[in-house]
Design a protein around this ligand. Structure first.
Ligand SMILES: [Zn+2]
Length: 208
């Protein structure tokens, strides 16, 4: 439970480790600095962001269906923001704990359809950690896995706003062939080490 909380939102309450700050300074953001849209947003930060997050959704509700401002501000702005945050954080917490591990049996991140639903396709997380360069963050497209994010990127690609999409499917073809061959030869799948909480549970039971 403590681990779930830390992965979910606890990490935001702790100060960054000096190593993290140091490593962050080495990251290359030159492509973002060259992007006029990103720089425009950065220049107006934080007021433009705050406006778009809280005030603008309220104004939509006021204008288009006659909602009064403050209820719209708190529901369409604040409540919506809180829900979206938690749905996003579920990728870091729930999708690292609960689900299947078809692509990499020893890694924690898992395929979690519930998280995928709430995080618009970000919960196919075993795949994402196995093939982090894959823009789709899932093996399949919208026809067999709920992934509107991939669909959105594909639509932008169709109108020329996105290019160079990388996929992990070729790598997985080889990985799957290897797995099936091993399986046919009677080689068992690698067993993941017991999760820390499983270990903690057994010691707790032993102590009783
Ligand atoms: Zn992850």
């Amino acid at each position: 439970m403590r681990g779930f909380f830390f992965a979910h939102m606890g990490w935001l309450y702790v100060k960054k480790h000096p190593e993290v700050i140091r490593a962050g300074k080495e990251l290359d953001f030159s492509d973002l600095h060259e992007d006029p849209v990103v720089m425009f947003q950065k220049k107006l930060d934080p007021f433009f962001t705050l406006y778009m997050c809280f005030v603008f959704p309220a104004q939509i509700a006021v204008k288009f269906w006659g909602e009064s401002f403050w209820p719209a501000f708190f529901v369409a702005g604040a409540l919506r923001y809180m829900l979206v945050l938690h749905f996003t954080w579920l990728v870091n917490s729930a999708a690292h704990l609960y689900g299947d591990h078809p692509y990499d049996v020893v890694s924690y991140p898992s395929e979690n359809p519930y998280v995928s639903f709430f995080a618009v396709g970000e919960g196919w997380h075993n795949w994402h950690h196995k093939y982090p360069f894959d823009y789709a963050a899932s093996e399949f497209g919208i026809s067999s896995q709920f992934n509107p994010s991939k669909l959105f990127i594909d639509m932008l690609a169709a109108v020329g706003l996105v290019w160079g999409r990388k996929r992990g499917t070729a790598a997985w073809d080889m990985g799957r062939t290897r797995r099936d061959r091993d399986r046919a030869a009677g080689v068992p799948l690698p067993k993941p080490a017991p999760r820390p909480w499983e270990v903690a549970n057994t010691t707790a039971i032993k102590q009783d």
